[in-house]
Write a protein that binds this ligand. Structure first.
Ligand SMILES: [Fe+2]
Ligand SMILES: [Fe+2]
Length: 223
């Protein structure tokens, strides 16, 4: 994993991204403007080639960009993009608890904060972009049906995340029961999304519709 600081020339960033092999990931620390410029260039000139997940903290944006094993121009699917984000977030959560087990509380808190910001962004784009698209396409009312179940589960997931977040850097609290609460809410939720909801989205949206939804998800910035 490599980090580039703030505002390198766009062509430098592009050549580093072009050098990635499928599956390789680069972490970039950019200004918000540089991040938007890079994403819009990738969308216009390297469509379908990269996963993209921004983590905004103040004025800087830390972006994880991964090279996909796909041909340039290939349309994106909801399952593919969002299951990638689940895996990425799970890895951050594991890093946080590995640091906590090693008594490195500062690193544990930093990793968990990144996980929490990323998961809140993920929940945000599901509720603001994915679920409304499904509701309008499938005729689900927002207060009933599968998207309503997912929204209700997000409430418990958010609460469980905040409980761990306030405990993981505190040596006087054992965070493992709180972690179990988080896993108890998040794991079955992600399984349902990956087994039912995301494939349903890919089926009911046209290929172009799913591709456009992934484009908007990549552009989504948590409020
Ligand atoms: Fe969700
Ligand atoms: Fe999800």
């Amino acid at each position: 994993m490599t980090t580039t600081l703030l505002s390198p020339p766009l062509h430098d960033l592009l050549s580093r991204l072009d050098a990635l092999a499928p599956g390789q990931l680069l972490t970039l620390s950019l200004t918000r403007e540089a991040s938007r410029e890079l994403l819009s260039t990738l969308t216009a000139e390297r469509k379908g080639l990269f996963e993209w997940s921004p983590d905004t903290d103040g004025t800087a944006v830390t972006v994880e960009v991964a090279r996909r094993d796909a041909a340039k121009g290939s349309p994106r699917g909801v399952f593919d993009a969002l299951a990638w984000d689940h895996d990425r977030l799970d890895a951050l959560e594991r890093l946080a608890f590995a640091a906590r087990a090693a008594n490195d509380l500062v690193t544990a808190k930093a990793h968990f904060d990144r996980f929490a910001r990323g998961l809140l962004r993920h929940i945000g784009f599901e509720e603001d972009l994915l679920f409304p698209a499904l509701e309008s396409r499938m005729g689900f009312p927002p207060n009933a049906g599968p998207t309503a179940v997912m929204r209700a589960e997000h409430i418990e997931i958010r609460a469980a995340v905040e409980a761990v977040r306030s405990a993981i850097g505190d040596p006087s609290i054992d965070p493992l029961p709180l972690r179990q609460r988080l896993h108890g809410a998040l794991s079955p939720h992600n399984d349902k999304e990956e087994q039912v909801l995301y494939p349903m989205a890919d089926q009911c949206l046209s290929r172009a519709g799913a591709d456009d939804l992934v484009r908007r998800i990549q552009e989504y910035e948590a409020s």
